[in-house]
Design a protein around this ligand. Sequence first.
Ligand code: SAM
Length: 313
Amino acid sequence: MANKSHYNNGHISLNKQKREGKNHSSSINNKKIAKSIHGLYIEDAIKFLKKIPDSSIQLILVDPPYNLDLDYWDTYDNYLEWAKEWLDEIYRVLKDSGNCVIFGGFQYQDLKKGDLLEILHYTRHHTNLRFTNLIIWYYKNGMSAHRFFANRHEEAVWLTKTNKYYFNLDPVRVQYDEESKKLALKDKRLIPENIEKGKNPTNVWEIGRLNGNSSERVGHPTQKPLEIIRRFVKSLSYEGSIVLDFFAGSGTTGIVCMEENRHSIMVDSDSKIKEYLDLHIEKNHTNLKDKKFEIIENININDLLVKMKKEKA
Ligand SMILES: C[S@@+](CC[C@H](N)C(=O)[O-])C[C@H]1O[C@@H](n2cnc3c(N)ncnc32)[C@H](O)[C@@H]1O
């Protein structure tokens, strides 16, 4: 029986397109923009999602509540019933080239409470979204444990709307060190041009969690490192495209979009996002120094999309 341990829809469709001499959607030309536009909304995610027109978003990047009782917004009697309401909107609002990344964990709660495993199961069986990758976010810093192995990873599920999803590996390749580069160049199975560009970062990403005293911290209890968000933004969206984060927290996704010339839509039910975002901008002034961006609050979503579309270099 064939070994299907590496069966991957992405590989299969890429190979088919190559054989047929067709371009993959990752060859979409970046739209150079003079400035990026960022919509900021203090609103419930589900209510907001219903207002977004069909097929308008390139990347949905969300870090939802994990149901861990970490804050007032992090406790659900029936997590999956709630999650279904936003999961059901994702396919509709994504463009055909669109991607969706959902952060979460597998090992925190008993299954009755719900977690990323339940989310993945639901998307597979009850939506048309396609499962493309599970990314393991591995970190060395974390809590100790005595009755089980101390946890050192979280996960992110990458889903796509169609097999024409946008994916650009080049901006997120990891450079070889000199020694391994020499060895790789001797390996006939590898393409020298790709070795020069760097290697695939794989689906296990070692990125430190933010310590309490990290200079990136703006005070949000579950703030994600810019680096992990940046890897997704650079590979799954392109310049001038629209990235949506409807559990925006401190606005980490929006900040990365400002730095990387993507438009963004940030939604959070907690108005503290404004303070956090200001602090992020203050702290990241070096990266943002030469960037032109505009933040617009609570504008009608259709007007925002028109403004974004008009933006050209
Ligand atoms: C895990 S945090 C996101 C942190 C973010 N990734 C960051 O780096 O700052 C989840 C966020 O979802 C927000 N939230 C919870 N329920 C919501 C809802 N129904 N609608 C919109 N936002 C919600 C919370 O206020 C919280 O800021």
